[in-house]
Design a binder for this molecule. Structure first.
Ligand code: UD1
Ligand code: CA
Length: 501
């Protein structure tokens, strides 16, 4: 018998009142995926040719999410009649081609339901030729869940909702996970029979069970011992609890695959993140979205990476990056902010208090301290001095700057874009650079230095400072000329603004 279901119907039309949120419940994320995204993933793992999501509450938002997440998902709209039974009915009505075989119906709010658990349910349903197979678990605290009522022979007779249950029924710990395999014909006809005479005035999907029994059909439960996949999110407390467990499972998977995670309790990794062997993730780190970490990289402490690619052997600490690429053996941090379009070459460096955006930094190039580098291409082996600002915005438009290979930009330079610095060129410290610099040139644009002899004696007579100066002079102390004096200041006016070339 074919164990692949004809369709999986995900119920996601409910309001999720207990979330107290303007966002529909099924769009709340854990592990970087909305709850309904987790449901669709599990549904896809069955191999079913049709995966359908039933929507109603804020349907456009849910549909928009799904279109981006999995464009081949079928959308069905639930009408104003409430309840999971009505949702399943609307879902099935939108799949007229499904006339036989198995249909899986699952709540859209069970993010830890995985493909293996779902396939286990389907396998049992198929092997035993059941009309209905319910995923169940024995929960230590079954409050709120539907209870599985079994007859004296142990067979499943019906499901009673917590709100409709007697005290004796509430004492039952076997609960309905809200995940079922049905014979599609039985489901279709039984759903038409269901009323709404219950505590919530809704059409309950769970009532299909008693109807199947009345018709003499086989109903069975697939009892699982891993309780997490059976737990639904109804409020934000459960969202956090399940989010933490999902994260624990993700961390465990990476550790078993050869990643060192120093403190899994403070490391948050989204489901789709990939990490190479022998990478180390240090505490208080978030790896989000489509982030990938190369083998042997060291990430953390205190790093948040979103949709960022980290090369093998790179080191990143106390940093935040979004849509960035960090090359092999490059180093980032501490206190660095890499914004979209940052590409750091192999062995490159982005150091402390540096912000980058649309910055292509070549192999071995260094931006070590206190810099803003936006809209810039920095050649291989170049060095950008402390405090350099790439002034890419003139108040109207953004402009792009190019710094050549093995060039050296002195500290506290303001590069007024657009401007080009050739390969192997220098820019003197403190320059406000507004003109291009050819290869091999040095550019200096700042007020020339003026030293006024004996100023201290006149302006601060009888001070400790004046005494110190006099003592030094008496001892005959003189400084040797600095590099700058020897190489540039020997040209009169070389350091005066605009005279550098
Ligand atoms: C449901 C089950 C309960 C089970 C529990 C497991 C019913 C009647 N009860 O209760 O036995 O123990 O799940 O978590 O099925 N939905 C719709 N349309 C609606 C109402 C709900 O699509 O009109 C969707 C929701 O979006 C949600 C799912 O169905 O994804 C479950 O709805 P929810 O209201 O959370 O059901 P529970 O009260 O938890
Ligand atoms: Ca629920």
């Amino acid at each position: 018998m074919n164990a692949i279901p004809a369709a999986v119907i995900v119920l996601a039309a409910g309001e999720g009142t207990r979330m107290r949120s303007s966002t529909p419940k099924v769009l709340h994320p854990i592990g970087g995926l909305a709850l309904v995204g987790h449901a669709v993933r599990a549904a896809r793992a069955t191999g079913a040719p049709l995966v359908e999501v039933v929507v109603r509450h804020q349907r456009d938002r849910v549909v928009e999410y799904l279109a981006a997440f999995d464009e081949s998902v079928v959308i069905a709209d639930q009408d104003e009649i409430k309840g999971t039974g009505r949702a399943a009915e609307c879902g099935l009505d939108a799949l007229p081609a499904v006339t036989s075989g198995t249909v899986v119906v699952m709540n859209g709010d069970h993010p830890l339901l995985d493909g293996d658990t779902l396939n286990g349910l389907i396998a049992r349903h198929t092997e035993q030729a059941n009309a209905v197979t319910i995923l169940t678990a024995n929960l230590p605290d079954p409050t709120g869940y539907g209870r599985i009522v079994r007859g004296s022979d142990g067979s499943v007779e019906r499901i009673v909702e917590h709100k409709d249950a007697t005290d004796a029924e509430r004492a039952i710990t076997e609960t309905n996970a809200g995940i079922y395999a049905f014979d599609s014909e039985l489901l279709r006809s039984a759903l038409h029979e269901i009323g709404n005479d219950n505590a919530q005035g809704e059409k309950y999907l769970t009532d299909v069970v008693a109807i199947a029994r009345r018709r003499g059909r086989r109903v069975d439960a697939h009892v699982v011992t891993d309780l997490w996949p059976t737990e639904g999110v109804n409020d934000r407390v459960q969202l956090a609890t399940l989010g933490k467990e999902l994260n624990r499972r993700i961390c465990e998977r990476h550790m078993r695959a050869g990643v060192t995670i120093v403190d899994p309790a403070t490391t948050w990794i989204d489901v789709d993140v990939t990490i190479g062997a022998d990478a180390t993730i240090r505490p208080n780190t978030e790896l989000l979205g489509a982030t990938s970490i190369g083998a042997g990289a060291v990430v953390g402490p205190e790093v948040t990476l979103t949709d960022t690619e980290v090369g093998p052997g790179a080191t990143i600490r106390r940093a935040e990056a979004l849509l960035a690429v960090i090359g092999a053996e490059a180093t980032v941090g501490p206190y660095s902010y890499l914004r979209p379009g940052t590409v750091l070459g192999p062995k490159g460096k982005i150091g402390g208090f540096v912000e980058t955006k649309n910055a292509d930094i070549g192999e071995g190039a260094k931006v070590p301290h206190l810099t803003y580098a936006g809209d810039v291409t920095i050649g291989a082996g170049a060095n950008i001095g402390a405090g350099t600002i790439f002034a890419n915005y003139d108040g109207v438009a953004k402009h792009h700057t190019r710094i050549g290979k093995h060039s050296f930009v002195g500290s506290q330079t303001v590069v007024v874009s657009p401007v080009q610095v050739g390969d192997g060129a220098y820019v003197g410290a403190g320059t406000v650079l507004t003109r291009n610099v050819e290869p091999g040139e040095i550019a200096i644009a700042r007020a020339g230095q003026r030293n006024v002899a004996d100023w201290v004696d006149r302006a601060r007579p009888d001070s400790p400072t004046a005494a110190a100066a006099q003592a030094a002079r008496a001892a005959g102390a003189r400084f040797a000329p600095t590099e700058t004096e020897r190489h540039t200041d020997n040209t009169p006016g070389a350091t005066a603004e605009g005279d550098a070339r």
